[in-house]
Design a binder for this molecule. Structure first.
Ligand SMILES: Nc1ncnc2c1ncn2[C@@H]1O[C@H](COP(=O)(O)OP(=O)(O)OP(=O)(O)O)[C@@H](O)[C@H]1O
Ligand SMILES: [Mg+2]
Length: 285
């Protein structure tokens, strides 16, 4: 801390010189790395801000889907409420029927509340909050928000989730964002298909190094070799309304978790996007 109260970050390097056994000498240098530290912090803040904005954009794209996910259980509640009233108005009311209706209403009410909770979670702003989590759970959460999107684009979505994943120490919202970005890209990549089924497969597995791996496969037209090394660059897009930020955000999130993300083509058709995450280290849990 400087006399004026400001903080400077210093990087000190030194080593002992043993030319005279009677004297211990150190030779070293002190570098002022304050500017670099501040720039790093600003970069992290800007990245978090950008991730937040693109998350909101993705949610905007999904808004019809999300509205549908909430409206459906609400409509079911109304239907069951009406049925309840009818049973109560019967000359011989049936408590069992009324009870069954009310139970269904509670389940649907909880379902709607759960969707709202997940959307609100995704709109959260702020820096990374890492915790111990189950990757398959994160995938199920993300998938619940795109169900309708999948159906309305005539895509069949399949999950192949391994029960043997390592425990992870990660930010749930950020991983959901990665999965949503890859799923939305997969759906968009199959939008023009008319000659074959539109299939999206989300797979999890544990690789030989003990890393958790997620693979999102589609049956679209795949990645063109000439664009393969630009996919993850910010603002690279081949879509008329694309921002080109999806994959670049995915990469920065996964790398901040010590993992990596890569893409390839299937032999016959379609692309597959993979990411891998290291298992929890003992000192993190
Ligand atoms: N599943 C896929 N199959 C084929 N090409 C893909 C696939 N996913 C991404 N790409 C290519 O990579 C480009 C970059 O993807 P990215 O998600 O970063 O941006 P975007 O989808 O174009 O826009 P944004 O995600 O910001 O709305 C896409 O425009 C597309 O050309
Ligand atoms: Mg995208």
């Amino acid at each position: 801390m400087m006399p004026g109260g400001t903080i400077k970050h210093l990087h000190v390097v030194a080593h002992a010189v043993r030319d005279d056994p009677a004297i211990r000498r150190f030779v070293g240098a002190i570098m002022d790395v304050t500017a670099a530290r501040l720039a790093e912090r600003q970069l992290r803040e800007v990245q978090a801000e950008l991730a937040h904005v693109t998350r909101l954009t993705a949610l905007g794209e999904l808004s019809a889907s999300i509205a549908h996910e909430v409206t459906q259980p609400l409509a079911a509640i109304v239907t069951n409420g009406e049925a309840c009233l009818r049973w109560l108005g019967h000359p011989i009311p049936s408590p069992e029927e009324v009870q069954a209706c009310v139970e269904r209403m509670i389940v649907d009410g909880k379902r709607a509340a759960e969707i709202v909770r997940r959307v609100r979670q995704l709109t959260r702003k702020g820096v990374s909050q890492k915790m111990q989590l189950d990757l398959n759970d994160v995938i199920n959460d993300a998938v619940s928000l795109v169900q309708h999107e999948v159906v309305s684009h005539r895509v069949s979505l399949r999950l192949k989730l391994s029960p043997e994943l390592p425990p992870l120490f990660a930010d749930r919202i950020e991983l959901q964002q990665v999965i949503l970005n890859l799923v939305i890209n997969g759906i968009q990549a199959m939008d023009t298909l008319s000659d074959r089924p539109r299939e999206l497969l989300i797979e999890t597995l544990r690789d030989e190094q003990g890393y958790a791996v997620v693979a999102v496969h589609d049956t679209g037209n795949g990645i063109k070799p000439e664009t393969a090394n630009q996919l993850f660059e910010p603002f690279f897009t081949t879509k008329p309304n694309g921002m080109g930020m999806g994959l670049s955000i995915c990469r920065s999130i996964i790398e901040a978790h010590g993992g990596r993300v890569w893409a390839s083509n299937h032999v016959r058709q379609g692309a597959v996007f993979h990411f891998s995450l290291p298992p929890t280290k003992v000192n993190e849990s």
